[in-house]
Ligand binder design. Structure first.
Ligand code: TYD
Length: 139
């Protein structure tokens, strides 16, 4: 895996496979740039639903559409960019303290999420103005 520091980036996983089909392996600190502590997946969201809309003080994430497609809009306090998740061997790495929206879910979308942290609702920043003020103080 080529991993370029602590910034938002797409990660293309190796596809191991043969005539029987494909297989993707996700090992912490190898294919994924952190030790994996939490896994969850998101499915059954309609096309007009926007999920996320928060930043995390501690959690880093890798998001993979293992089935179907979705989009992720990421704001890092300076610029905003939209990423397409449209292949089961394609992930996006999100460092801590980026603001993210997940949307445009296809009907068959299963969005797998890996994180370096256990769930702690207190490390979620769900108010955008609060997010901006935290980011400003960091600079
Ligand atoms: P939420 O973070 O709002 O989902 P999304 O970012 O996809 O819009 O989480 C939805 C619900 O699930 C909320 O009640 C919190 C709960 N939850 C957990 O209990 N543990 C977790 O690891 C996550 C991600 C959510």
């Amino acid at each position: 895996m080529k991993f370029d520091g602590n910034k938002v980036q797409m990660i293309k996983f190796d596809q191991l496979g043969d005539e029987k089909g494909h297989l993707v392996v996700l090992e912490g600190m190898k294919d994924i740039p952190f030790d994996i502590k939490r896994i969850f997946y998101i499915y059954g969201s309609d096309a007009d639903i926007v999920r996320g809309q928060h930043a995390n003080r501690k959690s880093q994430f890798v998001l993979i559409n293992v089935s179907g497609t979705s989009k992720v809009k990421v704001y890092d306090g300076k610029s905003e960019k939209v990423y397409d998740l449209d292949e089961p061997h394609l992930g996006i790495y999100l460092p801590k303290m980026v603001w993210k929206d997940m949307y445009d879910f296809s009907q068959d979308s299963v969005l797998l999420v890996l994180s370096n942290e256990s769930y702690d609702p207190d490390e979620y920043v769900r108010d955008f103005d609060e997010y901006l003020s935290i980011i400003e103080k960091q600079d």
